[in-house]
Design a protein around this ligand. Structure first.
Ligand code: NAP
Length: 337
């Protein structure tokens, strides 16, 4: 059987371009015992993939030149030579960007598409939802009445962070890159205030105006100048779960900014970087809470679904242009499951 895959053709300098990706046809081998044949249904595109396109040591190894991209994929079992899965089961795993692929049964786990739409296991019930919960609840430690600022507020992680903060009784201020996203966050997701960083002339001043009692938790998804501006308003003993730095992922030179350590020092601020995969012990607790909040109607979720396997590279670029609201997903099929 032949299939198509997307490989890393070259390493980007700055923002990735379509030349960094190559589509190719490959022949799949016969299934052997312990393996399943999978048809990709939903593919996750995530900002961390940009880091993996560099040849640099990090918490995940880089993608290799001429090898397929890999990432979170929801797939349907087409054929099985193992005891754990049967045809038509829905599964999830970190899988290659192939339309059809072979996986060992140990590389995938089942998902229950009757609890929530299958694609949610890439978002609110998957890696980004877990990241929001663990970063906010276990590092941010929110208390009722506190002010929480979240950057990248309309993205997959940020939109969940804001709602969890509301569940904990906090005042929530989001930072995002469009008026449309700001309206959605205020009107549909209960954010108390939202700042459009692209149209705000003096971000530091505007954050101060929107946080009259200072900032108790800054959930940092973006870094750069946005974070420089927020950190000026942090309160004594405030916390910064350091989740992402997307504003810097395409930098070609090391950026320098204001030295923030004096603020961290004098206000006894905790700033803690974290990588969600290092907190697997908390996944059952996080999943239980996220599922419960969804069931109760306290946690809503949205996705930007782009149709067509061919659109995977464009969807990945789209994250850097702010084209998504909620989780960015590529659907290989027109039929929702
Ligand atoms: P996302 O927010 O759904 O998508 C990226 C968003 O970032 C875009 O929609 C865009 O929204 C914003 N953005 C892009 N370039 C920007 C820039 N230069 N300055 C400010 N904002 C920019 O992505 P996500 O999956 O939820 O991830 C959010 C962050 O968390 C990323 O930095 C990611 O790397 C990180 N993350 C970390 C972990 C972990 O374990 N630590 C896990 C998952 C994700 P606007 O329209 O608002 O600009």
């Amino acid at each position: 059987m032949t299939t198509r895959q997307i490989v890393l053709a070259s390493r980007p300098v700055g923002l990735p371009t379509k030349e960094n990706f190559r589509f190719e046809h490959i022949e799949l081998p016969e299934l052997i015992e312990g393996q399943v044949l999978l048809k990709g249904i939903y593919y996750s595109v995530d900002p961390y993939m940009r880091g993996r396109m560099n040849d640099a040591k990090s918490y995940v190894p880089p993608f290799q030149l001429n090898e397929p991209f890999t990432g979170g994929v929801i797939a349907r079992v087409m054929d099985s030579k193992c005891d754990s899965f049967i045809t038509d089961d829905y599964v999830m795993g970190s899988l290659p960007w192939r339309e059809i692929c072979i996986a060992n049964e140990t590389e995938i786990h089942p998902i229950d598409a009757t609890i929530a739409p299958a694609s949610y296991y890439l978002g609110v019930l998957g890696m980004t939802g877990l990241t929001a919960y663990i970063g906010l609840v276990h590092i941010g430690k929110p208390k009722a009445g506190e002010t929480v600022v979240v950057s990248g507020a309309a993205g997959a992680v940020g939109i969940v962070v804001g709602q969890i903060a509301k569940i904990y009784g906090c005042r929530v201020v989001g930072i995002t890159g469009s008026d449309k996203k700001a309206d959605v966050l205020r009107e549909e997701y209960g954010f108390d205030a939202v700042i459009n960083y692209k149209t705000t002339a003096d971000l530091e001043k505007t954050i101060g105006e929107n946080c009259p009692d200072g900032v108790d938790i800054y959930f940092d998804n973006v870094g750069g100048e946005i974070s420089d501006a927020v950190i000026r308003h942090m309160n004594f003993h405030s916390r910064i779960p350091l989740c992402g730095q997307i504003a810097l992922y395409n930098d070609t030179a090391r950026s320098t900014g204001p030295r923030l350590q004096p603020i961290l020092l004098t206000k006894s601020i905790l700033m803690q970087g974290f990588i969600v995969s290092n907190y697997q012990r908390l996944f059952p607790e996080a999943t239980e809470h996220l599922s419960q909040w969804i069931k109760e109607g306290n946690l809503k979720f949205t996705e930007t679904v782009i149709h067509g396997f061919d659109q995977l590279p464009a969807a990945l670029f789209g994250l850097f242009g702010g084209e998504n609201i909620g989780k960015m997903i590529v659907a290989a099929t027109d039929k929702d499951i």
